[in-house]
Write a protein that binds this ligand. Structure first.
Ligand code: SF4
Length: 342
């Protein structure tokens, strides 16, 4: 199996007080663990981050990653340079504190020759909960301070797009910024401010609550939209546009546990107690029948192979996201064995 252009997700905290209604990690917020870096964890992260085969390092959380900004900055400092980082956030800090955070982030990435894209949540679920909104403030910061290592983009789970487009246009206007938004595809808009471009990407809503406005993408529609975007079948792993092969999609949890993204029923190791590198993770993937099937076979074909189609249909409808599917199927005896035997 050829694997290139890996994605490394690092979830640095479970702490969050924002309370979005749809949050999939609300139970984790009770425990509220935040990542700390042991000596071995630093060495492992440095090995994973600095491998040439990594296309992006994405820092997020099972909570709001701004609540562990210190560790985020420590992780940035592990890079030897030339890396693309991403920080996914609601941007809830008061604006003076947010500016300090951006200043410090820019200083670190600029010193090493890296870049960091700040990806701000801009959907109705987050916006109604956040007092200090970062969208207009951040583009204003960009215009005034011109940080050389930072860029900004937006993400939304409002798939009817109306809310996100209207909110961003009006919020930017409040900051004196005129923006135009154009549709690029089923999951992408682009927001233009003069010659400057800011991506807006749309995800589908996981576990939509009963009574949620009908108009969100269902899982099959979401998969079809991703396939159109990358011009190949949807499999697990880091999907690169055809003809490039896909990469590994690895996620590290706040306690240091390591998984393939979407297959969190099988732990690959822990960054505080084992040596990690991409070669070892690749070997684990190749030895694992379930992971191999999910990385090589189109998900729609794997789903069609499962017996009990009524149950599968109800699970797919309830979960509504391919990356939460395996966890749900694993709770039903025998469901995943067909894939492991493939
Ligand atoms: S900001 Fe993120 S982690 Fe916090 S409640 Fe909302 S969805 Fe959950």
């Amino acid at each position: 199996m050829e694997l290139q252009g890996h994605l490394l997700y690092i979830d640095i905290t479970q702490v969050c007080g924002i309370g979005c209604a749809f949050c999939m990690y609300a139970d984790k917020h009770q425990v509220g663990m935040s990542m700390e870096l042991s000596t071995l964890a630093r060495e492992n992260l440095a090995t994973l981050i600095n491998a040439p085969s990594v296309k992006r390092i994405s820092i997020s959380g099972e909570g709001e990653p701004l609540n562990n900004a210190k560790v985020f900055h420590e992780i940035l400092g592990l890079s030897n340079g030339g890396k693309r980082f991403e920080f996914i956030t609601s941007g809830f800090f008061p604006h003076t504190k947010m500016a300090d955070f951006y200043d410090q982030t820019d200083r670190i990435v600029t010193a090493t020759g890296d870049t960091c894209n700040i990806r701000l949540s801009a959907d109705s679920h987050h916006i109604e909960k956040v007092k200090w909104r970062a969208h207009g403030f951040s583009l204003d910061y960009l215009q005034r301070r011109q940080p050389s290592g930072l860029s900004f983009s937006f993400r939304s789970i409002d798939t009817d797009r109306h809310f996100t487009r209207q909110y961003l246009t009006q919020e930017l206007q409040r900051w004196g910024i005129e923006a135009d938004i154009t549709e690029l595809g089923p999951l992408e808009d682009v927001l233009m401010v003069g010659q400057h471009r800011f991506d807006i990407d749309y995800k589908n809503l996981v576990h939509p609550a009963a009574g949620t406005f009908q108009g969100y993408l269902d899982m099959h529609g979401y998969i079809a939209a991703i396939e159109a975007k990358v011009n190949k079948h949807f499999t697990f792993g880091s999907l690169n546009k055809a003809p490039q092969a896909n990469g590994m999609d690895v996620t590290i949890k706040p306690n240091g546990d390591v998984y393939l993204y979407g297959i969190e029923i099988q732990r690959l190791g822990n960054m505080h107690s084992e040596r990690l590198d991409w070669q070892r993770l690749r070997s684990q993937l190749l030895r694992n029948p379930l992971a191999r099937a999910l990385y090589t076979e189109p998900l729609t074909e794997l789903l069609s192979r499962l017996d009990n189609s009524d149950l599968v249909h109800s699970i797919v409808t309830r979960v509504n996201n391919p990356y939460w599917l395996v966890k749900e199927l694993a709770t039903h005896d025998g469901m995943l064995q067909a894939w492991e035997a493939a």
